[in-house]
Design a protein around this ligand. Sequence first.
Ligand code: 9B3
Ligand code: ZN
Ligand code: ZN
Length: 426
Amino acid sequence: MKALLILFVLMNLDKLLKTAHCTETQDQVLSITPKTQEQVDILKNVSTQYETALWQPVSPHYIKEDTQVHLFVPANSSETVKDLLQRYAITHEVLLANPNELIEMQTRNDSGDPRSSSTFYERYHSLEDIYFWINRTQQDNPDTVKVILIGSSFEKRPLYVLKLSVNNRPNKKAMWIDCGIHAREWISPAFCLWFVQYSLSFYQLNEDITNILDNMDVYILPVLNPDGYHYTWTTNRMWRKNRSTNRGTKCIGVDLNRNFDANWCTEGASDQPCTEIYCGAFPESEPETQAVADFLRSHKDIVQIYLSIHSYSQMLLFPYSCTLEETENHSELLEMVQEAAQKIQRHYRNIYTYGSGAKTIYLAPGGSDDWAYKLGIKYSFTFELQDRGRYGFLLPPSHISKACNEALLAVKTIALKVVEKTQAPA
Ligand code: 9B3
Ligand code: ZN
Ligand code: ZN
C-alpha cells in the first residue's frame, strides 16, 4: 500500500509541480483606490510592511480616500497583498500585468539588433553607455561642447556636465538642466540626451533653438544620481534615492530632491532613512547635492534658468514646493508654464497641469528648484514628464520621442520668454 502511494506520487510528480508552477504569480503594478479611512490605513500598512514599491503617491503619508494609489507588488508578496485587499474589500485593478516584460524590453541591449529600427535617442541607456556618449559627443563637437567634472557620487562615479556654447558673446547668460535626480525616472536622462542631440543638430536650422543658443549657454547634467541609476539597471528598477549608507540602519539612500537647503526636512520630507523621502542627515549632506549646489553657487550670476527633469504625471512646476506662499514673480512664472502647457496641448494633444509645486502636487521641502530660486535664479522649474500613470516609470521606448518633444517645446517656450524679457538683442 505504502509502495503504491509512493508510486502514485512519483507518477504525478511532474503534474503536481506543473500546477504549482502555473499558479506561481508574477510581479504586478496595481491601481488601488481606498474609499474609507480604514482602507487608507490598511493601504499605508501594506505599502510599508510588505516588500512593495509605491509609485504614486511618493510616500504612504499622502495616501488618502478616493485617490488612486499605484503600487508595484513583487511576486513574493502578491498573495498576501491581494488577500488583504480582498479581506477589506478594497477596490483594485491591475495596471500592469507584466512589468517584468516591460523592464526586459527597456534594458535589452538592442544596439546590435538589426530588427530594431529605433535610433539611439529612442532607447534607454545604461550608465556606461551614457558616459561613453558624453565623451563621444564632446569629441564630435569640439567647438561647441565642453565636459566639466563638477564632483563625484557617493560611490565615486564622476558627475559630468556638458556645456553647450555656440559663441563667445560677452556677458552671456546661461540655462541649467539636470536629469536623473530620481533613479527610476528613466525618461529624464533620456530627455537630457535628446536635448543635447536636438541642440547640436538643429542649431542654424530651427529658429527657436538658434535664438536660444545664440543668447545663452546651456549646462546639462544628464545623470545627477549615477549610483541610483546604475542600481536601477542592475538590481532594482524601482529605486528612487541615491545609494549612500546611513548611520545606525541598514536602509540605504537619501532622496536628493529633499536634501537641498530649502525649508529642509520640514513637512513633506522624512528624517527616517528607511523612507523614500528621507532628507539626509543635514542639508547638502550628499556629494551629489553638494556638487550641484557648489556649481550653481559659483555660476549664479550667469545662470538665469534652472530646470530639473522628473517623471511621471505630466506637470510643469515652479517654486515654491516647500511652502504655500507665492514667490515674488509668481504670476510671471505661472504665465510661462501656462503658455508652455497650451503649446503642448495644441501640438501634441497632451495635457500638462501646471502651477507652484505646493499647490499642484504636494508640500515638499528640500527640492532643488526651490533652493535654486532662493539662490537668486528667478526662472526655476521642475518638469514631470510622461505619462499620467498608464506605464508610470516603465514608459516604453516607443514613447520616448513624443515625451521628449513635448518637454523640448516647454523648454523652448520658457527659454525664449526669458531671452525676450531680459536680454537686448545681440
Ligand atoms: C518635489 C520638490 Cl521638493 C520640489 N521642490 N519640486 C518638485 C517635486 C516633485 C518631485 C519629487 O521630488 O517628489 C516629483 Se518625483
Ligand atoms: Zn522625481
Ligand atoms: Zn515624479
